[in-house]
Write a protein that binds this ligand. Structure first.
Ligand SMILES: NC(=O)c1ccc[n+]([C@@H]2O[C@H](COP(=O)([O-])OP(=O)(O)OC[C@H]3O[C@@H](n4cnc5c(N)ncnc54)[C@H](O)[C@@H]3O)[C@@H](O)[C@H]2O)c1
Length: 257
């Protein structure tokens, strides 16, 4: 077991997209634990019951839920205009995959995965960085993937139905590249842009897949959402003031082989 550090985010207002998802909601909890005010942003009309309960149990009320569609510039702008607090930290966590075969790939699937993962990340970054520029500083933390760095070993997936697609990896590689571009572009405004690339997070996948995934991973296990949140909080904190344009793989060593 490790001891959890705490990063001082008490002065920070964070906006987290995809915040109702498996990883997003853990980022929400972590940022609240570290003292931030959090805009919980996802496409659902309201916050999910399970996250609402978790927040209540932890006695957190330093947040607001907002409905957003990151594929729509209009939706992002409408949400942005209504925010009552200026955002210091944007976490682009909304993301989707597609799990059908390459042979059956449709044009719609390509457009949809691109729109959420890459277009959404770029549009949110554009709109939120405008405010950060005015305040002369901010952080953007993108969520990539091991499959933006390397490519799936298909034998690991078998007929699990969870095989990662070419468009998913392409958009995640695009996010890593966009991180570097925006880090350079926004550096004069003291806006730091980094990417965290998670390895596969355990989510009750089929046991043969989990077995093969562990074997393929130096640390011999899948990720837990908690494995990711510390580095994201760190990148949002003052302690990361000299880090920009980086992609940090949090993957148990998956991408070193
Ligand atoms: N889970 C993993 O193993 C894993 C591994 C590597 C990278 N990632 C990345 O981490 C991020 C979070 O993944 P997750 O596992 O929590 O996924 P998830 O499916 O549990 O959550 C994704 C969230 O994004 C939201 N979303 C989808 N489309 C949206 C839109 N148009 N506008 C706003 N929100 C939208 C969904 O409603 C959902 O709540 C994604 O970018 C994913 O690609 C996940």
């Amino acid at each position: 077991m490790y001891r959890k550090n705490s990063y001082a985010l008490t002065e920070s207002v964070a906006f987290i997209t995809g915040a109702l998802g498996q990883i997003g909601r853990e980022i929400v909890m972590r940022f609240l634990e570290d003292g931030a005010f959090v805009y919980i942003a996802d496409k659902g009309k309201k916050i999910s019951d399970d996250l609402a309960k978790k927040l209540k149990r932890a006695k957190f009320d330093n947040y607001r839920y907002v409905t957003i569609d990151v594929t729509s510039e209009e939706s992002i702008r409408a949400v942005y205009r209504k925010l009552t607090r200026p955002v210091d930290v944007l976490v682009n966590c909304a993301g989707i995959g597609v799990y059908t075969s390459f042979e059956s790939r449709t044009s719609d699937e390509l457009d949809t995965v691109y729109a959420v993962n890459l277009k959404g990340t770029i549009l949110c970054s554009k709109i939120f960085s405008a405010g950060m520029m005015k305040r002369k500083g901010g952080r953007i933390i993108n969520i990539g993937s091991i499959y933006g760095i390397t490519t799936p070993d298909f034998s690991m997936y078998g007929d699990s139905g969870r095989n990662s697609s070419e468009i998913y990896g392409a958009t995640k590689a695009g996010i890593i590249q966009t991180t570097k571009y925006l880090a350079a572009y926004l550096a004069p405004h003291n806006i730091l842009v980094n990417c965290v690339s998670p390895g596969g997070v355990f989510n009750r996948q089929k046991s043969f897949f989990v077995r093969r995934y562990k074997k393929r991973t130096p640390l011999q296990r899948m990720a837990a959402p908690d494995d990711l949140t510390g580095v994201i909080a760190f990148l949002a904190s003052d302690e990361a003031a000299y880090i920009t344009g980086q992609n940090i793989a949090v993957d148990g060593g998956f991408t070193i082989w």
